[in-house]
Ligand binder design. Structure first.
Ligand SMILES: [Zn+2]
Ligand SMILES: [Zn+2]
Length: 265
């Protein structure tokens, strides 16, 4: 499995892209979130290379930093043979339909066809703990703790096991999931740490991890026993230097992601 980080940040800033990940397993690929669809990795090249007209995007939730390039990408796709299958909860779909793709802010692309006469935006609904089987990979969404309904994802190709936290301020939903779906294998964790310890109050209010709360949870729940490696993302760019400094004591166990990286498992 290869993961390309099209973006890793929790806000848009100069030369910093919003958190969006492209997963590639053999000849199949999908994305998690749609904050950065125009990056150094060209999604259309993946379609051409793997001979598919379908771009699968799994949304964690409807917040702007996770959908911000979706409207423009759809606009572009209309004149191409490609289409998007958007995996999302009914709740997230209602928010997008009512507040974004409402023919006022932006067109309803689920009613617009591409150059091949196929609808350019297609919805597929996800439910908590439902197993979604793609060609070579399995995903299971689970609810996490955030200010609106948000999903994390368990992702596996039977060799590599990944827990993707989504926006959250707690690892408990992940442990709950691990307990229910017990696997012996040690896994990898991708986790949202948005703020430094000095902004723990804002982190608590907006339900993101601050480095302070994460370090506490790391020792409290012995995260190094459960996870082979912890990948940190969703950092607010202006907090980056301080967060890195504060997480330095965990440097043996964690890796702070950068834009445009290629991570091979
Ligand atoms: Zn976010
Ligand atoms: Zn959010």
């Amino acid at each position: 499995m290869v993961i390309y980080t099209l973006g890793v940040y929790g806000s848009k800033f100069k030369n910093k892209n919003l958190a969006t990940f492209l997963f590639l397993e053999k000849d199949d690929f999908f994305l998690i979130d749609a904050g950065s669809l125009y990056s150094k990795k060209d999604i259309i090249q993946f379609c051409e290379k793997y001979k598919t007209d379908e771009i699968k995007i799994f949304l964690t939730h409807a917040h702007l930093d996770h959908i911000s390039e979706l409207p423009f990408f759809l606009d572009f796709l209309v004149s191409t043979p490609y289409k998007i299958t958007l995996y999302l909860s009914l709740f997230t779909k209602k928010l997008l339909k009512n507040h974004l793709f409402n023919n006022k802010i932006w067109p309803d692309f689920s009613k617009i066809k591409n150059a091949k006469g196929k609808y350019v935006l297609n919805y597929k609904f996800i439910k908590p703990l439902q197993i979604i089987k793609l060609k070579n990979i399995k995903l299971i969404p689970f609810k996490v703790s955030h200010v609106i309904e948000t999903y994390g994802y368990f992702i596996s190709n039977k060799k590599t096991y990944i827990y993707f936290s989504g926006d959250t301020n707690s690892v408990l939903p992940i442990f709950k999931f691990i307990k229910r779906n017990y696997t012996k294998q040690k896994s990898y964790l991708f986790v949202d740490i948005s703020f430094s310890s000095k902004n723990t109050k804002i982190a608590n209010l907006s339900k993101h991890y601050s480095s302070l709360k994460f370090i506490k949870d790391f020792f409290r729940y012995k995260l190094n026993k459960h996870f082979k490696k912890i990948f940190v993302y969703h950092i607010k760019p202006w907090e980056e230097d301080l967060i890195k400094k504060e997480l330095d004591l965990l440097s043996k166990y964690i890796y702070i992601l950068k834009d445009n990286e290629e991570i091979k498992f």
